[in-house]
Design a binder for this molecule. Structure first.
Ligand code: NAD
Ligand code: DAU
Length: 361
């Protein structure tokens, strides 16, 4: 069997972790299609820059002609679609890119894949998979005592980001139902770990702490997210690709619900121990409550029972072990942080947090 897969968005946070591990595990060739937006970074892939099993292509999932050409040339047996605009706050400032990539881009990608798949021989058509990477945010927000999201939870996206991801999930579902395209969808909770872009809570807090800036907590800090170490997400994706039932959805989560303020205090405690401030004070002194996110979802929680029972997957890391590894990675990769926080990043931080009255750039 051809052991080539195509990954989209493989220069971003989760995609890069997935590609690096796929090649470390020697699972076959990877065609990595990425537009290299502000969130895509070839520095994430330096470890494999000389690996001939990795073929990087700079391009857009919405470019059907390019996708068709790559599919015809490399004949992958699977596509793993990570490519997306992924930051909720950016979707509030400017939703259009989210519609373009997450909805229109996914549509064009599906069209190119459908044509490719329809022309495969019977055996390849049977073995082919289109795995769409989605989010728990499509299910909306939970109240404190609500049960966690299962795969049958009603879709109720609340932000332009989650609405665009919900639309892409529906397209994937429709391509399976209507055309028989062998799709799989995973809806995952909040990831954290190496290569996480410092516009998201955990890497932002580590970066701001170390550079003496305020640690911005939206609203009361009581919103709850369900955290999963990125390598656990990647192992779930590999398992779904290997054994998931065509047309099915699998929720992926870490059983690690935490209020934001608790996550930030944990990071401060770890940094106090590993990299104490020069003045001997705690990083907790940098915590600053700022204006809340518009339409801020109160709580996400994933019920990952289906993937555990059907596919035998469960996360390896606890929040304590994963967060310690994460802080270590950032302390050891300050060059990476310095490179990604120059240029466009500074512009975003200035604009976004200025509205909250904070000087964070
Ligand atoms: P990210 O923003 O770090 O990376 C996205 C990548 O996609 C970047 O490399 C970017 O250059 C690329 N990209 C964007 N538009 C593209 C286009 N039109 N064509 C090709 N490439 C394009 O995102 P992430 O956090 O790694 O998330 C990856 C996927 O996982 C997304 O689909 C996201 O919705 C989903 N997800 C993320 C999380 C999380 O906590 N980060 C949780 C659940 C699901
Ligand atoms: O749930 C999965 C989702 O998790 C993914 O689909 C998204 O792509 C990913 O970005 C993430 O979305 P969140 O909005 O939950 O992540 P973020 O890191 O932006 O925020 C986490 C929580 O922290 C959220 O409640 C908002 C809050 N927050 C965030 C930032 C950036 C703050 O309090 N202060 C901040 O400065």
């Amino acid at each position: 069997m051809n052991k080539t897969i195509m990954v989209t968005g493989g220069a971003g946070f989760i995609g890069a972790n997935f590609v690096l591990e796929w090649l470390r595990l020697d699972l076959g060739r990877v065609i990595n299609l990425d537009k290299l937006t502000y969130a895509g970074n070839l520095e994430n892939l330096v470890e494999i820059q000389n690996n001939t099993a990795h073929i990087f292509v700079h391009g857009d999932i919405g470019d059907s002609a390019l996708v068709a050409k790559l599919l015809a040339e490399h004949q992958p047996y699977a596509i793993v679609n990570f490519a997306a605009e992924s930051h909720v706050d950016r979707s509030i400032h400017g939703p259009e890119d989210f519609i373009q990539t997450n909805v229109v881009g996914t549509f064009h990608l599906l069209e190119a894949v459908r044509t490719y798949w329809a022309n495969l021989n019977e055996e390849h058509r049977q073995n082919f998979r289109f795995l769409h990477i989605s989010t728990d945010e499509v299910y909306g927000s939970l109240a404190k005592d609500d049960v966690a999201f299962t795969e049958t939870h009603t879709y109720a996206p609340n932000s332009p980001y989650s609405a665009s991801k919900a639309a892409s999930d529906h397209l994937v579902r429709a391509y399976h139902h209507t055309y028989g395209l062998p799709t799989l969808t995973t809806n995952c909770s909040n990831n954290y770990g190496p290569h996480h872009f410092p516009e998201k809570l955990i890497p932002l807090v580590i970066h701001n702490a170390l550079t003496g800036k305020p640690l911005p907590i939206y609203g009361t800090g009581q919103q709850i997210r369900d955290w999963l170490y990125v390598e656990d997400h990647c192992s779930a994706i590999r398992r779904v690709l290997e054994a998931g039932k065509v047309g099915e959805v699998y929720n992926v989560g870490g059983w690690n619900e935490k209020p934001n303020i608790e996550v930030v205090k944990t990071l401060c405690r770890i940094l106090d121990a590993k990299k104490p401030r020069e003045d001997g004070q705690s990083y907790m002194n940098q915590i600053t409550f700022v204006e809340d996110r518009l339409g801020h979802d109160q709580r996400y929680a994933i019920d990952a029972t289906k993937i555990a029972n059907a596919l035998g997957w469960k996360p390896k890391e606890t929040f304590d072990s994963g967060i310690e590894k994460t802080v270590n990675w950032y302390l050891e990769h300050q060059d990476w942080v310095n490179n990604v926080t120059s240029g466009e990043y500074r512009h975003w931080v200035e604009k976004h947090y200025a509205e909250r009255g904070e000087e964070l750039a």
